[in-house]
Design a protein around this ligand. Sequence first.
Ligand SMILES: *[C@@H]1O[C@H](CO)[C@@H](O)[C@H](O)[C@H]1NC(C)=O
Ligand SMILES: *[C@@H]1O[C@H](CO)[C@@H](O)[C@H](O)[C@H]1NC(C)=O
Ligand SMILES: *[C@@H]1O[C@H](CO)[C@@H](O)[C@H](O)[C@H]1NC(C)=O
Ligand SMILES: *[C@@H]1O[C@H](CO)[C@@H](O)[C@H](O)[C@H]1NC(C)=O
Ligand SMILES: *[C@@H]1O[C@H](CO)[C@@H](O)[C@H](O)[C@H]1NC(C)=O
Ligand SMILES: *[C@@H]1O[C@H](CO)[C@@H](O)[C@H](O)[C@H]1NC(C)=O
Length: 934
Amino acid sequence: MAGNSWLLLLCLAAVSTAGVLQARAQPDSNGFISIDCGLPGTASYVDDNTKLSYAPDAAFVGDAGSNHNISAEYITPKLSKRYLNVRSFPDGGRSCYTLRSLVSGLKYLLRASFVYGNYDGLRRPPVFDLHVGVNFWTTVNITDADKLEIPEAIVLVPGDCVQVCLVNTGSGTPFISGLDLRPLKSTLYPQANATQGLVLLGRLNFGPTDITDIVRYPDDPHDRFWYPWVDATSWSSISTTERVQNIDNDLFEAPSKVMQTAVTPRNASSNIEFFWDNDPQPNDPSPGYIGILHFSEVELLPGSATRQFYININGKQWYPKPFTPEYLYSDAIYNNNPHSGFARYNISLNATGNSTLPPIINAVEVFSVIPTTNVGTDSQDVSAITAIKEKYGGKKNWMGDPCVPKNLAWDGLACSYAISNPPTIISVNLSFSGLNGDLSSSFANLNAVQYIDLSHNNLTGSIPDSLSQLTSLAVLDLTGNKLSGSIPSGLLKRIQDGSLTLRYGDNPNLCSNGNSCQMAKRKSMLAIYIAIPVVLVVVIVSVAVLLLCFCRRNKQGDTSANETPMSHAPTSVSSYPQSSLQLENRCFTYKDLEMITNNFQRVLGRGGFGDVYDGFLEDGTQVAVKLRSDSSNQGVKEFLAEAQTLTRIHHKNLVSMIGYCKDGDYMALVYEYMSEGTLQEHISGNGRNTGFLNWRQRLKIALESAQGLEYLHKGCYPPLIHRDVKASNILLNAKLEAKIADFGLTKAYLNNDSHVSTNTLVGTLGYMDPEYHATLQLSTKSDVYSFGVVLLELVTGRPAIVSDPETMSIVQWARQRLARGNIEGVVDPPMRGDHDVNSVWKVADVALKCTAQSAAQRPTMAEVVAQLHECLELEDARAAGGGDANGGYYTGGSSSDPYHSYNAYADVSQTSTGFEVEHNFGRVPTMPTGPAAR
Ligand SMILES: *[C@@H]1O[C@H](CO)[C@@H](O)[C@H](O)[C@H]1NC(C)=O
Ligand SMILES: *[C@@H]1O[C@H](CO)[C@@H](O)[C@H](O)[C@H]1NC(C)=O
Ligand SMILES: *[C@@H]1O[C@H](CO)[C@@H](O)[C@H](O)[C@H]1NC(C)=O
Ligand SMILES: *[C@@H]1O[C@H](CO)[C@@H](O)[C@H](O)[C@H]1NC(C)=O
Ligand SMILES: *[C@@H]1O[C@H](CO)[C@@H](O)[C@H](O)[C@H]1NC(C)=O
Ligand SMILES: *[C@@H]1O[C@H](CO)[C@@H](O)[C@H](O)[C@H]1NC(C)=O
């Protein structure tokens, strides 16, 4: 099940490439696909050595990326033609090659190759990831401009195509020199199956006659690369000119040319020993390994001689019996269940007491195992969105699977990730995307879609009625196009029964008769309220406050940390551009709000003030409408205070007000919509937003909320104290950007006095500054205290008041544990192990300083912001240093080929004890006596 659809991807993708090219994007008569990436034009060429035909890559990659030649200084006569050019992908996070016309369910060998050759003149080889379909394959770490990296994987392909994707991980521009696909019989390499793939660590041919010769096609019909390995100091080479046969049902089909040569210890009483080292991967510090040792006797032994040896891994028998290779037949010892958990894997072959000859070995392959369990997006959604992409061009990152992995999901799409089903597309936002032509009927094939926004494009023609079949569709926004005809009846019905909100204003040619026309008129009335002058603003916003208070403007993208705090009052009040107030905040009537919220249908949350509703402005902008309820315990005063505050604060980390309503007794504030809800919901795992936050996301949220508070404290005059900082007042938008909300209790205080006295205690239990509690003396340091509590919640994943087992504040709880140096004991359990410990310690330390008893000992928010910046850098440094997939390859023995290296060392003796080695090996059944054709 899971395995069935993991690669089932976009077989339709990139059909945009011309039919002419398409013909060459087919496997050759062997079923091979051999691509020379970055080769311009459409002509293939035949390689002199292998006689294989190499095709240019345009037909496989569409128009992504650009061609480059490697720099002349790296061109040597030995370098084959395919490495002279590369294709690089400076744009987009993920760029994919699609290999089509495959046989579903068959196993394939995939091999990518990379020669950097300073093609970009930057002398900075990049590091990036490779994915096979929606599953991680390996990290490509190019360490030298002239080094050839050739990652290889063996995977089972469930569909009739497979994608190989290069993923930009922020360490340079991905590029590629070549890509090969070779079919393998499905019985070969039984360890590769629907749920796991094999990534090659090394494939070595022992004792070749020509020590520079890499055996491949046509000697190996599967075109595997067998690298030579000789070590003249420890091993002597032995060989035969007779053909070595594969037995029936051979699981590995090692080629005769490889099996004809072998090594044996130079000193007949020694063992054959070699090893490979654990190669940690970004998502798996200790991958499992599959080893395959290939044996064949190459000497015709006299009757009195025996060659019999044990095969050991890390000092334990791998194969439980003495082993004797058969003359001129290939045989293999291998494991099915991966070995893992060792820093080094030592293989040793020692002769038994009865043996008259030392051990031999002909070849070895070592693979690490990768899971291929990620499931791609629902295939019908993939077809539909691919057709939409073909029609309109799509957006920049529309490559690979639309929803998987999450962090590479296509821009403008939102997906639902249910555990048991493939992900589905639930929202498509293509507003302002310059779409031309008619409205694609493929939208009607997105079965789970709830929200489609195609506003402000150039769409023409009529609206397809098939869209009314989308039962989950709740909002269809077609505002600002050139659509014509009338609203189809199916859609009208959906609108009338309240299951669909259709926006279609500003389509001059739409609906000239009948019901639909009337509807349109009624709708277009809505637009009038844009024009209502914002006179009412003075009704609720006291003029005095406006004149006395102002806040520094914070342009999008600024971080206030980099700005100098404003410590002086404005010299002239008139220098403040008053008009900006009126331009930015709209006044809504209660009727408007009814429209916006569809009669207050969906409640987003409940607060002391009243309920918060989901709504859409006429331009499709999603908003949150906070409506004061009569029973509210937050009074008119707080409402006015909040409106007042919001009109003058502008910072990317403070929730912004779009408008307000003061219509009779109705009062409401209209805010920007924060789709991911409150931080508290994420920490507690309760509520509609329960996605787990990793440490980096938490750090970013901490830093952003700190910046919002810093702005209130430093960027406003007089400074503002929030007074109710808590996890439920930190909201997250779709990009998980944090913004501080709820300014109902916010108070201004004048700088010349370091405290404000308040006569009522406000705030939330668990977050309240103890000093303020005792003295009613309020300062910005009270917010710092509350923020410290939020930091502890982020580190521990626990609420402000814990019961463990007794009820106490999280400050006390964490202080007790941290005093014992027990950081892992306080860290949120699901986060353990996946974070930079120093960065967690540092945040915990900042949190403890923020929650010092005495306000004077607490840092300012500016200091907190600076500290959190450093924490984020620590964490990013850890993440960047994580992977080293292909590094660690090393040139083994005396091999002189500069273009390969291998991660195994000859003849190293090391005794190791105490390891458990599973006895789940296997062995190719040896052929019974029979008609052995020589
Ligand atoms: C790469 O080199 C070839 C042959 O020297 C030349 O024809 C081609 O224009 C070069 N391409 C680029 C992108 O520089
Ligand atoms: C693939 O092989 C692994 C290891 O032998 C096994 O655990 C897994 O169940 C297999 N998957 C399938 C789909 O057979
Ligand atoms: C060979 O190795 C096995 C396992 O390490 C050990 O039990 C055995 O004694 C060794 N035999 C010889 C002859 O060294
Ligand atoms: C060694 O030879 C003896 C006598 O032929 C036999 O009994 C014993 O099983 C043999 N041992 C091995 C490991 O083959
Ligand atoms: C629509 O097309 C016209 C001309 O065809 C162009 O001027 C205009 O910018 C386009 N509008 C949008 C929103 O793409
Ligand atoms: C790439 O390899 C180099 C050399 O082995 C290593 O220092 C570096 O950390 C690696 N980079 C990444 C991102 O893995």
